[in-house]
Design a protein around this ligand. Sequence first.
Ligand SMILES: Nc1nc2c(c(=O)[nH]1)N[C@@H](CN(C=O)c1ccc(C(=O)N[C@@H](CCC(=O)O)C(=O)O)cc1)CN2
Length: 294
Amino acid sequence: MDTYCLSVTCKSKRGIVAAIAGYLAENGCNITDSSQFDDAQTDNFFMRVSFVSEEGVALDTLRKGFTDTAQAFPMDIAVHDESHRMKVVIMVSRFGHCLNDLLYRWRIGALPVDIVAVISNHLDYQKLVVNHDIPFHYIKVTKENKREAEAQQMRIVEETGAELIVLARYMQVLSDEMCEKMSGRIINIHHSFLPSFKGANPYKQAFERGVKLIGATSHYVTGLLDEGPIIEQDIVRVTHAQSPSDYVSLGRDVESQVLARAIHAHIHRRVFLNGNKTVVFPASPGSHASERMG
Ligand SMILES: Nc1nc2c(c(=O)[nH]1)N[C@@H](CN(C=O)c1ccc(C(=O)N[C@@H](CCC(=O)O)C(=O)O)cc1)CN2
């Protein structure tokens, strides 16, 4: 039997959970996992439900049936087949550790997505990508050709049907237009514990500040550089004896892990936008089951 995921965002009101649980039960669906959050500050309510359609009621029928429930509680509602593999374009510049990590996770089945293309403004990782039988697109970016380069990037996104763009250390600022068009569908890894040290060279900034912790932050990309809603973060200790290049080495693993966790949360629809913040529900049991055991 297929497992589906229902995600709901609405204004908080008594009875929402009962209405949704009741609707699913009445339509032969068994809830296997449920998370909800009522934000008292914004009065926004968020809910994510995994369920099995035990009597074979089709996804489209369930979607259509929800409109009545949705009318009782004006809500943004979406129902997805949890077996759907999201189409992803990865973009990278000169630092390839996050790309390499994502390709490995994808290859062993730990990242159940379809990587439909890798785009880079450098040729460093062409062989690596082609060896994974994934299309590689080299699109040079200069101050003079940024707009045309971005148009080429967006053509690839549209032609492949990509649902998510991952900036795996892609070091070019995207235009407001692209950020708006792909709002909530571009995930970046920034190599600092935001909001500290935005922009280029965060490790140099951290070294000059004399920090004792460096970190990585994965966030949705907006027109405001490195200020998009944060999805995942982590940190690693540093000492007075270490240099910015030591930070680069120490940062590789934490950047890769933070980005992978953020993508995993996004593709399993566990991330909800809440103004310029996010609500991130925990992974449901078995959500890592797609990984091929060695
Ligand atoms: N619109 C946005 N674009 C990008 C974001 C974002 O949040 N909003 N995140 C960056 C990633 N990034 C840090 O994580 C970052 C990348 C690049 C720069 C920058 O100043 N780039 C220069 C060119 C540098 C070069 O050519 O090597 C530039 O674009 O003029 C700052 C921060 C990805 N894009």
